[in-house]
Design a binder for this molecule. Structure first.
Ligand SMILES: [Zn+2]
Length: 114
């Protein structure tokens, strides 16, 4: 691993902070989703539409959480900071900006041009 102990600690702190934030977001989504469906069919339809948005938001947060958990696991195992596509080290600047990154900038740009 190319990253210093200090940098690893910073990154771990950042990942844990993001994880706490996402967990908060997921529980608040659950809170809003708890509104029981009304018997009125028009209102029910509106609520179901709303639930779609809620579940999209939730799955987004859950996906991010899984990335963060995977990054924390890589920190523990010593694989952290290695590009999953090309095996080259990911730059520290990129890791600091996006600690859950699994790919170096080059590979990420190949996957998401523009
Ligand atoms: Zn790469």
């Amino acid at each position: 691993m190319q990253i210093s102990k200090k940098e690893q600690d910073d990154i771990r702190d950042q990942l844990l902070a993001e994880k706490a934030e996402l967990n908060k977001r997921v529980s608040s989504i659950h809170l809003h989703a708890k509104n029981p469906l009304d018997a009125d069919s028009a209102e029910q339809a509106a609520q179901i539409g709303n639930l779609d948005v809620v579940s999209a938001l939730e799955s987004e947060a859950v996906t991010e959480l899984s990335h963060i958990n995977a990054a924390l696991q890589r920190l523990e195992s010593g694989d952290y900071g290695i590009c999953a596509s090309c095996g080259e080290p990911i730059s520290i600047g990129r890791l600091m900006a996006r600690p859950a990154s699994t790919e170096c900038l080059d590979c990420a740009e190949l996957d998401n041009p523009g």
